[in-house]
Design a protein around this ligand. Structure first.
Ligand SMILES: [Zn+2]
Length: 338
C-alpha cells in the first residue's frame, strides 16, 4: 500500500463518518417530526371529552309504513382519508319521493377557492385546511345526473345548517326552494358569522329571505325530540331541531321502512364515536360550535337515542363509515325499502 492510498482511505473514512453523523441527525429529526405530528393529530382530532347522560326524556315512537317508490341515494362530493375508519366525507343524500325529490345538504361549492379568496390570510388558510379538504372534483349537479336525477326537478333542498361545507353546493345547482328555519336564517345573515367565513355572503341569495323562513316546527314530539316537521305529511321524512352547532341546526329522519331508517344529523357529532361513546367533539371541530353547552346536550341526546334504537342509522354529515353502513354499494348507490 502506498502513502497515497492511506491518504485517500483516511479521507473516505472521514467523509463516511460525516455522512453517518448527518444521517443520524436526519433520522432523529424525522422521528421528532413524526412524534410531534402524531401528538398534534391526537390532541386536535382523536382526543374527546366524555359527556354526562342526557336529561330524562320521553320517547314517542312514530308508526312507520313502507312507502312504495321511496329511496335514498348517497351523493358524495368530497372525501379525505377514505381508506381509514376515520375517513371524512361531504356531499348530499338524495331522497326520491313520489311527491317530489328532496336533497339533504349540498357539500362544498366547486368554486370554493374563488369564493374564499377575499378573506384575510388566516381565515382563508383555515377554510382551505378544513372545509377545503372536502371540495368537489365533480360538481354536485353532474353527480346527480349520474344517478338519473334532474337537478332542476328537485322539489326542495334542506340544509342541516348554513355552514359553507353544507350550503356551498347550492352554487352548483339551479335555483331551488331551500328549507331553513328562522333561527338559521338570522344566523346566516349575521355579519360577524360571515366575517369568520362560516357562512359565505355570496351564498345568501340562494337562501330564503331572512324574514320568510321555509321550515317551521310543530309542537309534535317525535322520538326523543319535542318538536318536529313532517315534510311530506306521510311520516317518510321528519325534521327535528338540533340547536347547538348552529342556532338552527336540524336533523332529518328518512324512514324507508319500519326497520330501514336513517337519521342525518349534520355536524351535531363529527363521527360515530360521538354518539357511540357519548363524547364531545374533537378540538378542531368544536371551534365551529356556536353554543358548546347546547351542542354537548345534543350529543348526549343522540347517544341516548342510539342506545334506545340501535338499528336506527345515525349519519353524521362527515362520518364516512356511517354512510358506508347504510349504503353498502358506496357513493352514487341508492337504497329502498327492500
Ligand atoms: Zn360541516
Amino acid at each position: 500500500m502506498t502513502s497515497g492510498d492511506c491518504i485517500i482511505g483516511g479521507l473516505a473514512k472521514k467523509t463516511m463518518s460525516a455522512v453517518n453523523k448527518w444521517l443520524k441527525r436526519l433520522l432523529l429529526l424525522l422521528v421528532i417530526a413524526l412524534a410531534a405530528l402524531s401528538a398534534a393529530f391526537y390532541v386536535f382530532y382523536f382526543r374527546r371529552t366524555s359527556l354526562g347522560p342526557a336529561a330524562p326524556h320521553a320517547l314517542v315512537a312514530p308508526s312507520i309504513a313502507s312507502l312504495p317508490g321511496l329511496s335514498a341515494c348517497w351523493i358524495e362530493t368530497g372525501k379525505t382519508f377514505s381508506n381509514f375508519s376515520f375517513g371524512s366525507t361531504a356531499g348530499s343524500i338524495l331522497v326520491r319521493h313520489p311527491a317530489g325529490d328532496l336533497l339533504i345538504d349540498t357539500g362544498n361549492s366547486s368554486h370554493f377557492d374563488d369564493e374564499i379568496r377575499g378573506y384575510p390570510f388566516l381565515i382563508c388558510s383555515k377554510l382551505r385546511f378544513l372545509a377545503g379538504q372536502l371540495k368537489p372534483d365533480v360538481p354536485l349537479s353532474e353527480l346527480l345526473r349520474r344517478v338519473k336525477e334532474d337537478p332542476a326537478k328537485l322539489r326542495w333542498v334542506i340544509l342541516s345548517h348554513a355552514h359553507l361545507d353544507h350550503s356551498g353546493g347550492l352554487m352548483d345547482l339551479p335555483r331551488l326552494p331551500v328549507l331553513l328555519s328562522q333561527e338559521e336564517l338570522q344566523f346566516a345573515n349575521d355579519p360577524s358569522v360571515q366575517a369568520k367565513g362560516y357562512v359565505i355572503g355570496t351564498y345568501l341569495p340562494a337562501f330564503p329571505a331572512p324574514g320568510a323562513p321555509t321550515l317551521r316546527f310543530e309542537p309534535q314530539p317525535y322520538e326523543t325530540f319535542d318538536e318536529s316537521a313532517d315534510l311530506y305529511k306521510d311520516g317518510s321524512v321528519v325534521v327535528v331541531p338540533l340547536r347547538g352547532h348552529t342556532p338552527g341546526s336540524v336533523g332529518i329522519f328518512v324512514n324507508l321502512s319500519p326497520n330501514r331508517r336513517l337519521f342525518y344529523v349534520g355536524d351535531a357529532v363529527d363521527d360515530e364515536r360521538g354518539f357511540e361513546e357519548r363524547v364531545g367533539k374533537s378540538l378542531i371541530l368544536r371551534d365551529s360550535d356556536n353554543d358548546e353547552a347546547l351542542a354537548n346536550q345534543i350529543v348526549a341526546r343522540l347517544s341516548e337515542l342510539h342506545e334506545k334504537l340501535p338499528d336506527l342509522r345515525i349519519i353524521p354529515a362527515h362520518g364516512r363509515s356511517a354512510y358506508q353502513k347504510f349504503f353498502p354499494g358506496g357513493p352514487l348507490s341508492c337504497v329502498s325499502a327492500q
